[in-house]
Design a protein around this ligand. Structure first.
Ligand SMILES: [Zn+2]
Ligand SMILES: [Zn+2]
Length: 326
């Protein structure tokens, strides 16, 4: 009897091949990433889409089981990040706090930033029902305890390791990689007034959050990809949910149109120019600044050529991001 209980604790009631355990971890962590990007970020923080209550409740429950994260806390700190980006008040700017700190201590920074004042000021409109107050907020660690118990019952000791991977996943990838590398490493489509960058054009692994520069330019868009060669898996899931009436995008990033026949400037032109300012400036960099640099390059001396190669990016950079040395 004792032996069979011990065996059950060690191996669990399910025995899978090694890749089966890996698949379970990947499905679980991807579900958590979708909950973060679709529910916490795009829906709750920016109101870029509405979700059917079934989907919202599932995501809230799943986040409680796998992260212990409270909706209001995430939303308040994230909105403050957008409002105070790259200043002393930004809760997790790698430019101010250092990349290493944001990469490795993302969770700590969230804990530090969670003050009552921030929660009241930036956390408006998040769920405030009985289950949010009494379970998800008051017993925020209970879900994690339930999850480790379920893992042990199903997979035995391997389940503990699987749980540990899952616990480290969001603090590292969401709080660390997105907030850290997303303001430090990659390419920029739009010259916004912050250091945000697209980490990788194929947003598959972190729910599309890889496209960090795109959504700093168009924060209220439900879709993060901008170029035809970029992919946002979060948007793919939203469109899939939409087929069943479970999600409804409210805003997506505008695409500029050029009217060839129009050659006067009126209020509509000004309005369009303001809406599409990031597109206009990106096109200006591509079609005016860069050809000019290329032309100068042809006739430049050897030393000037080296300077022009460096000037290529600096000339089109948002002025507040250029260091005195540059
Ligand atoms: Zn950011
Ligand atoms: Zn955001």
């Amino acid at each position: 009897m004792f032996n069979s209980i011990l065996n059950l604790l060690v191996s669990g009631i399910l025995t899978l091949p090694w890749w089966g355990y890996l698949a379970v971890v990947l499905v679980n962590t991807q579900l958590t990433i979708f909950a973060v990007t679709i529910y916490l970020h795009r829906c709750q923080s920016h109101r870029a889409l509405t979700l059917h209550p079934i989907v919202s409740h599932f995501f809230r429950f799943w986040l409680w089981m796998t992260t212990g994260m409270e909706t209001k806390q995430f939303v308040a700190i994230h909105r403050k990040h957008h409002a105070k980006v790259e200043t002393d008040e930004d809760p997790h700017s790698p430019v101010v706090k250092g990349l290493k700190n944001v990469l490795l201590e993302g969770n700590e920074l969230y804990r530090e930033a969670k003050t009552q004042e921030v929660m009241d000021h930036y956390g408006e409109g998040t769920p405030d029902d009985w289950v949010e107050r009494n379970v998800y907020t008051r017993r925020s660690a209970l879900g994690l305890k339930a999850m480790i118990l379920i893992n042990i019952i199903l997979f035995g000791l391997t389940g503990v390791a699987m749980w540990a991977v899952q616990m480290a996943w969001i603090p590292f990838f969401a709080a660390g990689v997105i907030n850290g590398l997303g303001h430090n490493w990659g390419y920029r489509n739009f010259e916004v007034k912050d250091a945000s960058r697209n980490i990788f054009p194929i947003g598959f692994f972190i729910g599309g959050e890889e496209l960090h520069n795109n959504y700093h330019a168009f924060g209220t868009s439900a879709k993060f990809s901008s170029k035809w060669w970029e992919f946002d898996i979060g948007w793919f899931v939203i469109r899939f949910l939409q087929i069943f009436g479970l999600a409804k995008p409210k805003r997506i990033q505008p695409k500029p149109k050029t009217l060839q026949s129009k050659n006067t400037i009126d209020t509509d032109t000004i309005r369009a120019l303001i809406t599409y300012r990031f597109h206009v400036m990106a096109r200006y960099a591509r079609e005016v600044m860069l050809p000019m640099v290329c032309e100068e390059y042809k006739y430049a001396s050897k030393e000037d050529k080296a300077a022009l190669r460096r000037a290529r990016t600096v000339l089109v950079r948002e002025p507040s991001l250029i260091s005195p040395a540059q």
